[in-house]
Design a protein around this ligand. Structure first.
Ligand SMILES: Nc1ncnc2c1ncn2[C@@H]1O[C@H](COP(=O)(O)OP(=O)(O)OP(=O)(O)O)[C@@H](O)[C@H]1O
Ligand SMILES: [Zn+2]
Length: 691
């Protein structure tokens, strides 16, 4: 009824506007920012009425003052209606008093509904409020005030229930917002004097201090101190994470053990938490393809029902049938079928650290039949370690490492990180590198002390005109290898290894159990390494020594006969991620690149989230279908019953409210999906904490 229309308007204004509106209100941080959202959401907040935002949150959520108004109307009208029955029973001779009470009751109950219907008419919206309002008017006109009152009461009740669930997204968000404190300790001057400020006043670059036990108010980087942090609110992973100077921390996560000073890196909507919030809001206003089809025919719906009502009246002259028909035809159940389920699914995903940018992708995830994984950092943990320094001829291992470390100073590639780490452990004083350049998926070139140096894969070396000497293949068996060259001569090679992620085999097995037919792997790494990983995971197909373009090509081929999801870590596989029907980025917490290049981002590196995502999306599709089927059967079945006079108006109103509740409860089943996964992790965390 009223709310459906509101949701509809929010949709028309586009996800962004709808999302921006309540998000800006941020319900709860402080109360000065007033009700900016009312313009967007079309709320009629009474000026001077109490603030609908979070803090005092009795009922919580945008529009709760209006809900309160409705509850007041419903109560008052309900009492008057009940009173009329009581009068009728206690003072049978005072029939007039009873009908006056019923009339007032009906009036109070019907008024909000009729006003909304008139507003809709004025706005040129023939949707569904008109049906209900007409039904009530018809009941009033037939002087059956008690019936009119009871119908209006139950319809108002439905509106109230709907408001509370339509703001289901709102409530999930309020839970998120509760995670961030309202005030922060800002540091100023050289003496770091603390000053308490509102979080909304913080700007990028400000310094703040956070004590153990407190939640971080914004995204920030540690500049002094170290601590462990519980990031479960964003990643769904409760294992505490160690943080020290230079580490990033995120708004809404909890500082456990240490006092830390931080530099603010992101505030408000730009924080990871802010993005999660946006995602949930978008889910509410998003429309899956089925909803789009329904919307297309919605315009014909009300006129059709009205025509049916006229026909019924013409043949039966039974106003009660007409009223019943118009009440039961109100399609709340159908309209709520999708958004309630989608919001529940997205909220469940967010709790698991699965960030779904577009709800269409939630639906798509249920139809994926092929997966293509990147190797390094995705199936393996990407924490390479150097297992062999193999200099040629006169060159010493230290010299090899020196050149490699200096050339790789500015690269973030896993191989570069491994080299830098070893160089640091060996306490090497690295040389300055100039003219640094990285060829994605190939290697880096730089000038060290003015001498051109290269480090990268063998065939790239050859392309760059450096001959790589032949050597025994068994030497490098199972290792990732990069060559180091200085001034056109190869100095030697460095061998690396990394480990398979612990949950990788289980993940592949789970995907197969879910009916995924094909799992493949692409990698820039060498054949022998790829072979061993593919064998351990029993992968259907793999391609090694790919350039980033090669990965795209591979995905294109798979796409020809399946719906394919590409899983990667964002390093040299962003184009492949974008090429997949679905791109899933791992370890996206704090990494904007990963979030931007993928359609779905996993905040953690836990691969078990992937089968969980497929499962969740299938479950939500099933629930949406159930809801739609139930809603349509209910409405059409009810219409048939009422046309033939087998239902009363009051029953229609009661069942209408009941059907709405059924939809809401059915969707709520999604919210707990995946809890067992977090539970398992909690147990594991508890185990590791024990000595
Ligand atoms: N910064 C770098 N320094 C040295 N070698 C590099 C660098 N970047 C890429 N390479 C070389 O190019 C190869 C391919 O790199 P790419 O990032 O495409 O894949 P990868 O790291 O092997 O793993 P995957 O493709 O599975 O993620 C690497 O194996 C390495 O030999
Ligand atoms: Zn309805």
């Amino acid at each position: 009824m009223a709310e459906e229309l509101d949701m509809n308007k929010a949709n028309v204004q586009g996800g962004a506007a709808a999302a921006a509106a309540p998000a800006k209100c941020a319900c709860g941080h402080d109360h000065d920012h007033d009700h900016e959202h009312e313009h967007h959401h079309d709320h009629d907040h009474e000026p001077g009425g109490f603030c609908p935002c979070g803090h005092d949150a009795v009922s919580g959520g945008v529009g709760h003052d209006r809900a309160m108004g409705r509850i007041f109307f419903a109560l008052l009208g309900g009492i008057l209606t009940v009173n009329s029955f009581l009068l009728e029973w206690a003072l049978p001779e005072q029939a007039f008093a009873a009908s006056i009470s019923a009339l007032f009751g009906a009036f109070v109950l019907a008024l909000p509904i009729i006003i909304t219907a008139i507003k809709d008419l004025v706005n040129g919206k023939v949707y569904m409020n008109e049906l209900v309002a007409l039904a009530i008017l018809a009941a009033l006109a037939s002087a059956d005030f008690q019936t009119a009152g009871i119908i209006a009461f139950f319809l108002l009740l439905t509106i109230i229930i709907e408001t509370r669930t339509a703001s289901g997204a709102q409530r999930s968000i309020e839970e998120l917002i509760k995670l961030t404190p309202n005030t922060a300790r800002k540091l100023s001057g050289d003496d770091n004097s603390e000053q308490e400020v509102q979080v909304t006043e913080l700007k990028i670059g400000d310094r703040i201090r956070v004590r153990p036990g407190e939640n971080f108010p914004v995204d920030a980087r540690i500049i002094a101190g170290e601590s462990t942090v519980n990031q479960a609110s964003i990643t769904g992973e409760s294992l505490p994470v160690e943080k020290s100077v230079g580490s990033d921390v995120f708004a809404g996560t909890q500082n456990l053990t240490g006092l830390v000073d931080l530099e603010v890196t992101k505030v408000g909507e730009d924080t990871t938490l802010g993005k999660v919030k946006d995602m949930i809001l978008q889910a509410e206003s998003s429309r899956t393809p089925v909803v789009r089809i329904i919307d297309r025919y919605a315009g014909y719906y009300t006129p059709t029902v009205l025509m049916l009502a006229c026909v019924t009246w013409w043949f039966t002259e039974d106003i009660s049938r007409v009223i019943t028909l118009m009440v039961i035809a109100c399609p709340c159940a159908v309209v709520l079928a999708t958004p309630t389920a989608v919001v529940a699914a997205v909220a469940a995903a967010a709790r698991l650290g699965i960030f779904i940018k577009n709800v269409a992708h939630l639906e798509l995830a249920s139809k994926i039949t092929a997966f293509v994984f990147d190797k390094t950092g995705t199936l393996t943990d990407g924490l390479l370690s150097v297992v062999k320094l193999n200099p040629f001829g006169e060159v010493t291992p230290a010299e090899l490492l020196m050149v490699a470390g200096s050339a790789e100073r500015y690269s973030n590639h896993p191989t570069a990180v491994a080299i830098q780490k070893l160089a640091e452990e060996a306490k090497l004083e690295l040389d300055e590198a100039t003219e640094f350049q990285e060829a994605p998926g190939k290697g880096v070139s730089a000038k060290i002390n003015g001498v051109p140096c290269l480090i990268g894969r063998a065939n790239w070396m050859s392309d760059m005109g450096v001959t790589v000497p032949e050597h025994n293949a068994s030497e490098t068996e199972g290792m990732s290898v990069v060559y180091v060259a200085r001034d056109g001569k190869v100095l030697g090679w460095i061998g690396f290894k990394d480990k398979l992620r612990r949950e990788a085999p289980a993940m592949i097995a789970d995907l197969r159990r879910l009916g995924v037919r094909y799992c493949a792997m692409v990698t820039g790494d060498r054949q022998s390494v790829a072979e061993s990983v593919a064998a351990q995971l029993q992968i259907d197909e793999f391609k090694s020594e790919c350039l980033p373009e090669g990965k795209v090509e591979f995905v294109e081929n798979v796409k020809k006969n399946s719906r394919v999801a590409v899983v990667g870590d964002g390093v040299n596989d962003a184009p492949a991620l974008a090429e997949g029907d679905l791109g899933i980025a791992m370890g996206a917490i704090g990494s904007d690149i990963a979030i931007n290049s993928a359609s779905i981002a996993l905040m953690t590196n836990d691969l078990r989230r992937i089968p969980m995502l497929v499962f969740l999306s299938r479950k939500s599709r099933m629930i949406i279908n159930q809801n739609l089927l139930f809603g349509m059967l209910f409405v059409f079945g009810g219409m048939i019953l009422s046309v033939f006079g087998w239902m009363t108006p009051i029953w229609a109103a009661v069942l209408h409210a009941g059907s709405t509740l059924i939809i809401i409860f059915n969707s709520a089943r999604l919210v707990r999906t995946g809890e067992e996964l977090t539970l398992e992790e909690n147990l594991a965390a508890a185990e590791t904490e024990q000595p």
